[in-house]
Write a protein that binds this ligand. Structure first.
Ligand code: HEM
Length: 371
């Protein structure tokens, strides 16, 4: 009886050891929960590629966008998760779109208020029977190439930013898809007409847009914008127009460069270089080790911000060149402006260009054809 009891105790001890022995398959199978059975490698990367690195460190690095190595030509594929992409998306679709829409609507409201208070700026002396040549054909060609391409680029660009919220519910998916696709082609190709127009006006008008002493007086008198009696002297372009000119040149170049970078993605490093120079000058610590993807995201944000800023500026220009000022449009329409208009807005320029004064078509003093 004692022998049997001893043998039983020994058997129990042996069994306990076998079951609890670490690494033993029976012990493992008894300790595994149902989830582990479905996931036999327990979340580990197959092939034991991690070596001594911990799982959490590995995935943390992936989440932080650390670049791995890939053997395919597109090295961007080495970044599994690019968190800046999410930051870019939420900034673009959130605050950027919101503040941009306020800026656009705000500009329209301000111009509307200005029109309501000041009304149309009239020729104080009334129309004359003479005109003076303001812009020749080539100048008007450059202006309209720039203007028409800008307007179409602006509309198609705004469609890319807001179309899915504003246009799509109105016209439906199919029409919106078609319009957006066509708009994208226009946006890409008209960018070149815009750049050509920009070069043309730069070459033709730069010498008339250099600042001089007359600009100070013009600015101090608010350009005569707020009083019909004030007509501060100005040459071909007044200080307000010079500001517009340089905004168009600098803004246009900036839009062109960032647009170029978007059209030919992953080929430029404008931001890393610019940040490096800013750090050098201002002692800031802007990031200079940017991946091509981050460059692309910054380009996209910058392009949208500059575009909206320029559209607001151009709203003001279109207003004053059309409904805001009597007979202003003629300058870019026929190229001939009323002499009294020119004397009120560009008196110094009129004095220098007496040879360009003609009788207005249809005026009594115009030469009559021989009978
Ligand atoms: C689409 C409607 C537009 C209209 C009706 C318009 C009208 C005019 C007019 C009448 C002038 C001559 C002003 C003068 O005689 O002193 C002018 C000049 C000018 N325009 Fe436009 N424009 C338009 C669009 C644009 C756009 C989109 C740009 C640039 C992106 C632009 C850039 C300029 C510049 C730089 C000048 C010379 C400086 C100045 O006069 O302010 N224009 N425009």
């Amino acid at each position: 009886m004692r022998t049997i009891l001893s043998a039983f105790v020994l058997l129990c001890l042996l069994l306990t050891c076998v079951v609890l022995l670490p690494g033993h398959s029976l012990a493992q199978s008894l300790r595994q929960d149902p989830v582990d059975q479905q996931n036999p490698i327990g979340g580990a990367v197959p092939g034991d590629t991690l070596g001594v690195n911990s799982q959490s460190d590995y995935w943390r690095a992936v989440r932080e966008g650390v670049n791995g190595n890939v053997s395919i030509p597109d090295k961007k594929a080495g970044t599994l998760i690019q968190s800046e992409g999410e930051a870019w998306r939420s900034l673009r679709n959130g605050p950027l779109s919101l503040y941009a829409s306020w800026a656009l609507l705000g500009t329209i409201v301000i111009l509307g208020l200005f029109y309501a208070i000041r009304g149309r700026i009239r020729i104080e002396a009334g129309p004359s029977d003479k005109t003076i040549t303001r812009f020749r054909e080539v100048e008007r060609l450059g202006h309209w190439m720039l203007a028409v391409s800008f307007v179409i680029l602006g509309l198609t660009g705004l469609n890319i930013l807001y179309g899915r919220y504003v246009l799509k519910p109105l016209i439906g998916d199919g029409a919106f898809g078609f319009i957006t696709q066509m708009g994208k082609y226009l946006h890409n190709y008209l960018a070149f007409a815009f750049m050509a127009g920009l070069v043309m006006i730069l070459v033709m008008w730069v010498k008339h847009n250099l600042p001089d002493r007359t600009d100070i007086k013009w600015l101090l008198q608010g350009g005569g914008m707020f009083s019909s009696k004030l007509h501060p002297p100005a040459k071909k372009f007044n200080a307000g127009q010079k500001i517009l000119f340089w905004l168009v040149i600098v803004g246009g170049v900036s839009l062109s460069i960032s647009g170029w970078a978007l059209m030919f993605p992953f080929t430029t490093h404008f931001f890393a270089g610019t940040f490096g120079k800013i750090n050098m000058i201002l002692g800031t610590e802007l990031p200079t080790a940017l991946t091509v993807l981050q460059e692309q995201q910054l380009n996209s944000l910058w392009h949208s911000i500059m575009a909206v800023f320029m559209i607001c500026v151009i709203f003001g220009h279109i207003y004053i060149g059309s409904i805001g000022m009597e007979r202003a449009f003629d300058a870019m329409g026929s190229g001939e402006v009323d002499l009294n208009w020119a004397k009120e807005h560009h008196s110094l320029w009129v004095e220098e260009n007496q040879d360009d004064i003609h009788d207005a078509p249809g005026s009594g003093s115009a030469p009559q054809p021989a009978e």
